[in-house]
Design a protein around this ligand. Sequence first.
Ligand code: NAP
Length: 246
Amino acid sequence: MKLLEGKVAVVTGSARGIGFGIAKVLSEKGARIVITDVMEEAAKEAAEKLKEAGGDAIYVVSDVSKKEDADKIFEKTTEAYGQLDILVNNAGINRDMMAHKMTEEAWDAVIGVNLTGVYHCIRSVLPYMREREYGRIINISSAGWQGNIGQANYSAAKAGVIGLTKTIAKENAKKGITCNAICPGFIETTMTTSIPEKAWNIMVSKIPMGYVGKPEDVGKAIAFLASDEAAYITAEIMNVGGGMVL
Ligand code: NAP
């Protein structure tokens, strides 16, 4: 039997990048997948790719910064599959600029998706998971939670995700629900390949393993945390970064 056989997993921001890598690994491990993203065509294509590879997947178009969209993910998932076992809060954006030049728009956008979006999705599934006394919530923070030049909004949101993770873990520990966070280091996606070559080389020089991670590296850690094997692990913050510490 596969590790996640019989489970249903929602992965936010999973049309591409780390989110798709997570969805792919969870699908390979036997979970039925709900791809959610802001872009309809890309979300549809991602779900198709999983099905072509032998998995079972649907897609839901959703902007997690909006509470009603997060509620829609929960409704469509339970409507299609009759259950929701695993929630992976991956959707994230960056709008990098120095704090003294930060615009209100850049601050609000990043906090809205990367922190409030995580809260919205958790808020919409918690009553159901508590009632069922089962749930796996995994939030994607970042090695950047410790502070990164040009990322006041991003670092604040990702540090917030860690506090949120620990609180949700403690509040729901007696209800069969675990909540953990993953901090990816430097992973190859459009979020990172778009940075200037000089900055790319500096980041790579900080990785003890000497190479940039793949989205599937994050997916493999999540598959474990999402499984019944990790029932006694909660409120943990796990780095997946080849040893990188900022
Ligand atoms: P990515 O390639 O930009 O993918 C992010 C996905 O999220 C995109 O499909 C994006 O859609 C979607 N998205 C954006 N805003 C959304 C919203 N409001 N609601 C739903 N979906 C939304 O980024 P990534 O590198 O895979 O990053 C994934 C997560 O890992 C993020 O939380 C990021 O902060 C975190 N992370 C990444 C790295 C890294 O090295 N790549 C390191 C540490 C942490 P659009 O394309 O339309 O925007």
